[in-house]
Design a protein around this ligand. Structure first.
Ligand SMILES: [Zn+2]
Length: 255
């Protein structure tokens, strides 16, 4: 019997009629997780009274900048107007692109932090649904992932997400991958994971986050072990607090 990955309701209690895309369709995602019920799928894809945008929007409206930048090519003359997002404006200064919070959001206090929180919820949701889908064994049903359900679906707690800053603007992905992004787990040997933490690379950005209950010692050990694997390619691990910490415009390619 089907059981929802998020709310744990079964087929007799909820419906599974709609396709729940793991990576937002608007970002080019094509896969869907069959054990996400319609109610939970609707939750992630629709605006809430609290935020006036959906979890999926928080994710796609930030990654779309990277995707547009990548698809526009690095040799082509850049057209700043091409990079659009409802949350951010892309500005050019001395030939370099940078992200600025859209004027209409600038005066709202705590907006940035809240947007970042919802982005993190969406990022971890995307990983969780893909990880479960790729396992083909309903591995996501395990109780150890309840902290993910609590955070992404029910907005409880706060999971730290680490963003790894690259040393060089070298991205090992193709144009077709930018058009149809996928989440290939364990592809890069600089990605680190253990029982409590995992890392993903998505559209050239590398993130790490917890997937189960952890202690402060677990966290410190994770960061240490992860950075040891990354010394050749990454300079820093940033605890994500604001989305402008992320190099969405791929400034690193201009170096
Ligand atoms: Zn559900």
């Amino acid at each position: 019997m089907k059981r929802c990955l998020w709310c744990k309701l079964v087929e007799s209690e909820t419906t599974f009629d709609k396709k729940a895309h793991t990576i937002p369709k608007s970002l080019g995602g094509q896969n869907y997780n069959q054990t996400v019920c319609d109610n939970c799928n609707h939750f992630f894809g629709n605006a809430t009274t609290e935020n006036r945008y959906s979890i999926e929007t928080a994710l796609k409206e930030t990654f779309c900048i990277t995707r547009q930048r990548f698809l526009s090519g690095r040799t082509q003359k850049r057209q700043v107007g091409k990079f659009k997002s409802i949350f951010f404006d892309v500005k050019e200064r001395n030939g370099k692109l940078r992200l600025v919070l859209n004027k209409s959001f600038q005066f709202k206090t705590e907006f940035q932090q809240q947007l970042c929180r919802n982005f993190k919820r969406g990022l971890i949701k995307m990983w969780f649904e893909e990880f479960d889908r790729q396992s083909k064994s309903n591995i996501g049903q395990d109780e150890k992932f309840d902290i993910i359900r609590q955070f992404s679906r029910y907005n409880f707690g706060n999971l730290p997400v680490i963003y790894f800053e690259r040393k060089y603007g070298i991205f090992l992905f193709t144009k077709s991958e930018a058009e149809t992004p996928t989440l290939i787990l364990n592809r890069m040997n600089y990605l680190y994971e253990n029982e409590k933490f995992t890392e993903i690379e998505f559209l050239g950005h590398v993130f790490g986050f917890p997937i189960a209950q952890f202690t402060r010692e677990d966290f410190d050990l994770y960061i240490k072990s992860s950075l040891e694997k990354k010394t050749d390619f990454f300079v820093n691990a940033v605890l994500l607090d604001k989305l402008i910490d992320i190099d969405f415009t791929l400034r690193v390619m201009d170096k």
